[in-house]
Design a protein around this ligand. Structure first.
Ligand SMILES: C[S@@+](CC[C@H](N)C(=O)[O-])C[C@H]1O[C@@H](n2cnc3c(N)ncnc32)[C@H](O)[C@@H]1O
Ligand code: SF4
Length: 388
């Protein structure tokens, strides 16, 4: 059986975090900060260069299959800043032919004007944060753009870039299943090759958490949440864009190659404030994360040449848990033999049998273990059971 495990390389990716936004959305707990004064982008470029050199020394000779500018709002960066960072990446590693280079953009008209500059810098894919298709809901989400402006940005993106995606948030305060079905149907008429559909999560220490706790935010109950999920899967499958990951849908071939590297437990370098990385070093698989506060990160990088605050060798068991946590999010599932290779032990046969009996997981003909459509709405519990 063990011979079935083919050498499998999910690829090598670089994540670049830009931590600034024009305003803070009330639901968001990403590492994003609002600054009254313009950001000194030249100083940031120098710090990004230093961090890239540092990671390249730890992971030399790789071929980069994907770069992702995430945030925050990377579409606030000058195209010249993006170009300088991409040049630095290409000076340390070789770029795979046709490497995916994605930039997360907020869909305002000002940002759409910069799209051509990003393309000239080397970006070939954008991910737009549309979030909702009507103005009252966009306002309630604290967004600075209108629905019309967002759709215009989607059109501009389609004319400028080879590939595009947009994000919507559902299960919003007061949203009915009927309203979401109509909204998603409308979104599908405008959809590029990829859509990310996130169920609203109330994150700790956000404005939405404070409003909910004060009884001023009425969210869909668990049953409505499940109906919203089911409606999403139904409409997306019918449109030929099934989920390839819990919240991500694509036409065949339109999947985000960058995120697939994370979910397939590949290797990635993360640079910028609060970025995470996983590198295969001679010591073993190492978990990295950097100082989150932007100005503090700058100071530390300028002094030490990197902003790492976490640089930990992962035990076999930790790697196994991470592999399950990431891989079971994917419709394709995981190869149990890769789990064995990472951890030196097999998955618990008794737990597999009981999850199979409950209809939560299945073993495909290729030996991959995957979560079923019944299991996905309770994915956290399924992963916890298998990883225990
Ligand atoms: C890094 S964020 C934002 C990118 C970009 N700044 C924007 O706002 O358009 C990526 C995506 O996560 C989703 N997201 C952020 N916070 C969320 C929450 N609390 N619940 C559900 N989705 C969330 C949004 O759809 C967002 O576009
Ligand atoms: S959702 Fe996007 S724009 Fe809003 S605060 Fe978070 S990162 Fe910034």
């Amino acid at each position: 059986m063990a011979s079935r495990l083919k050498p499998f390389d999910p690829g090598f990716a670089v994540y670049v975090h830009w931590p600034f936004c024009l305003s803070k959305c009330p639901y968001c707990d990403f590492n994003s900060h609002v600054r009254a004064k313009p950001v000194d982008e030249k100083r940031y470029v120098a710090a990004f260069r230093a961090e890239l050199a540092h990671r390249a020394a730890l992971a030399p000779g790789r071929t980069v299959s994907s770069v992702f500018f995430g945030g925050g709002t990377p579409s606030l960066m000058a195209p010249a800043t993006v170009a300088a960072i991409l040049e630095s990446i290409a000076s340390h590693w070789s770029m795979a032919p046709g490497a995916e280079i994605t930039l997360e953009a907020n869909p305002t008209s000002v940002e759409a004007e910069r799209f051509r500059g990003y393309r000239a810098a080397g970006v070939n894919r954008v991910s737009l944060g549309v979030q909702a298709m009507n103005d009252p809901d966009l306002k309630a989400l604290g967004r600075l753009h209108t629905a019309e402006e967002a759709m215009r940005a989607v059109e501009v993106a389609a004319s400028v870039f080879d590939r595009a995606s947009f994000d919507l948030i559902y299960a919003r305060p007061g949203q009915s299943v009927q309203a979401w079905r109509a909204e998603l149907t409308e979104a599908l008429r405008r959809a590029p090759e990829h859509l990310s559909l996130y169920q609203l999560t109330i994150e700790p220490d956000t404005m939405f958490e404070r409003l909910r706790d004060a009884g001023r935010l009425t969210l869909p109950d668990t049953e409505t949440g499940r109906q919203l999920w089911d409606a999403t899967q139904e409409l997306m499958e019918r449109a030929g864009m099934p989920a390839y990951e819990v919240s991500n849908h694509a036409r065949p071939g339109g999947e985000s190659r960058h995120n697939l590297i994370y979910w397939r437990y590949g290797e990635y370098a993360g640079v910028g404030p609060g970025a995470h990385g996983r590198l295969l070093t001679p010591r073993g698989r190492v978990a990295h994360s950097t100082e989150k506060h932007p100005e503090m990160w700058l100071t530390v990088v300028e002094a030490d040449g990197h902003g790492l605050v976490e640089n930990d060798l992962l035990s076999n068991e930790e790697q196994g848990d991470e592999f399950l946590l990431m891989g079971l999010r994917l419709a394709e599932g995981i190869d149990p033999l890769r789990y064995e290779k990472l951890t030196g032990k097999s998955l618990d046969a008794g737990r597999i049998a009981s999850l199979r009996d409950d209809g939560m997981i299945e073993i495909a003909a290729d030996g991959f273990l995957r979560v079923t459509s019944e299991g996905f709405p309770v994915l956290d519990a399924v992963v916890a059971d298998l990883a225990a």
